[in-house]
Design a protein around this ligand. Sequence first.
Ligand SMILES: C[S@@+](CC[C@H](N)C(=O)[O-])C[C@H]1O[C@@H](n2cnc3c(N)ncnc32)[C@H](O)[C@@H]1O
Length: 277
Amino acid sequence: MSDNSQIKEMVRQKYSEIALQDNETNATSCCGSTCCSTEVYNIMNDEYDRLEGYNPDADLKLGCGLPTQFAKIKKGDTVVDLGSGAGNDCFVARHETGESGKVIGIDFTEAMIERARINAEKLNYNNVEFRFGDIEKIPITANMADVVVSNCVMNLVPDKPKAFAEVFRILKPGGHFSISDIVLTGELPERIKNAAEMYAGCVASAIQKNDYLKIIAEAGFKNIALQKEKPIIIPDDILKNYLSDEEVAVYQSNKNIIYSITVYGEKQATCCGPDCC
Ligand SMILES: C[S@@+](CC[C@H](N)C(=O)[O-])C[C@H]1O[C@@H](n2cnc3c(N)ncnc32)[C@H](O)[C@@H]1O
């Protein structure tokens, strides 16, 4: 997989399929000829149902962390969720902002936006909005968000420096982000890297943890911190779709290399005079 627009089209197609399935089918059935991307997600998914504001209709089991739990969202905040899917993190964020705040979900899959809007309508929320758009060119004006969250999405975006530059642009000075994602601490077997299902399932598209943190720092963020780190173990039956029994044994005997992280960063307020900063 190489060309960025081809990658994006493949990702959009996969998530359209998922958005058009019902939740039960999503959690149980196989959606591809070899393996199922949702099956890969189920390994990564964290427990949402304990969070206030959780809406099961919006939970397609596509996340890999709980960014809203760490995002320090306050009443009245404007929160932007990048790659909002069916709105799972937006509705949890809405519980934190209350009626006086605003939550905007961004996604480039029409069927996801449609599903998220239906969920918001059912909940009768008029301060939760879903906008169609690409994270590499977020349809939001500069210096607008208090908090940016995102759950298992940035790894799918081909131009990550551009995506984090966009996060920096839309945050207010003094604002911050809390983003959950999949990263690596070693090399994945070539056949996993080349599998479209594993790409859409956020494994093959993950980059090295150090590179990920470097991109964030180069975008201008300060006080970068890992808020959570959890190893992701892919079961043998999924690996066997891509690797021989022998290769699976070698892979499983090595140190774990796939992690779910939740990372935090601040866009610091600019210096306002000789006595400040
Ligand atoms: C793994 S799912 C996560 C959905 C949601 N965050 C959740 O936890 O339920 C990835 C989502 O990101 C969206 N996405 C991927 N790349 C994107 C991009 N470049 N711009 C906007 N949305 C994107 C997909 O359409 C999909 O809805």
